[in-house]
Design a protein around this ligand. Sequence first.
Ligand SMILES: C[S@@+](CC[C@H](N)C(=O)[O-])C[C@H]1O[C@@H](n2cnc3c(N)ncnc32)[C@H](O)[C@@H]1O
Length: 328
Amino acid sequence: MTEKERSKLNKTLVLSDREKEALSKKLLHLKSPANVNDVLNKTINQDLMEAIKYLPEGFVDLLFIDPPYNLTKDFNGNAFKQMSISSYTEWLESWFSKLVKVLKPNASIYICGDWQSSTSIHTILEKYFIIKNRITWEREKGRGAKANWKNSSEDIWFATVNDEYTFNIEDVKLKRKVIAPYVDNDGKAKDWNSTDDGNFRLTHPSNIWTDLTVPFWSMPENTDHPTQKPEKLLAKIILASSNAGDFILDPFLGSGTTSVVAKKLGRNYCGIEKDLEYSCLSEKRLEMAEYDKSIQGYEDGVFFERNSGLVRNKVKNIPQMIQPEKLF
Ligand SMILES: C[S@@+](CC[C@H](N)C(=O)[O-])C[C@H]1O[C@@H](n2cnc3c(N)ncnc32)[C@H](O)[C@@H]1O
């Protein structure tokens, strides 16, 4: 991750050895029961199966889970091997059953998967929670298959502990271009606004998300993590299903997207990741979020359609190299 030759236009975030050494000092490793303040706004660099034993009870408002899917995939030298559906279901349950204790009574749970792991997710979720929905998002990346439909979708299952839960619909409206700008009898716009950039309508978001771009080399949020989620995806979930100051837990943190977006949106967070390099990368992104709270595709409290020509995020020129001495 540190030594690849890259073009000058490539904005992928990398770690220097010096940064890794400095940032690794910020990471937690649990060895005894922790309280909420111990894990507040921290990255735990540890295997979830071990860390789970020491997590406090009843402290999480929103649990976002992006586990390895049921595919053979290499995570920085740590391979996850594809298994049968029943074995994957058992694997999910081995840690899911132990995570239930961390949730508050009104908490929400989101868990990611693809068509191959959705069956297992459904089975486990309905055992413990009230399933509310399954979001499908368009993941436009990768090559086409020669003898199959190209896989361009992923799922995110949404569940709650109770029938009472947070859902801020006004905070997740989508700004859409108006194709047919109807007017009423007085010539006034029906449900849309005319702006210098064109005619737009704020619409209720559905469970099909087609406005996301998977991070790639020219996006400042991009890292070398193989399955990094877009910040915009996390922003939708965090804004809809938590309030400022709430606590968000991500037990498979990866490159840190959940913690970073939680920080940008004024929420508390904790992430667990077993790989040291990814954990340090998360800390580096968290440092950068001190200076830059922008989220690509989200501006002035509104989500923009992909390719609407309206994504104007002012991406600040944040130095990529964090001065280790500034970290402590
Ligand atoms: C699908 S990725 C998460 C990607 C993340 N959402 C992001 O935006 O970067 C899953 C992550 O879980 C980590 N992981 C796998 N097994 C783990 C375990 N038992 N405990 C902690 N982390 C684990 C992997 O190293 C990988 O980074």
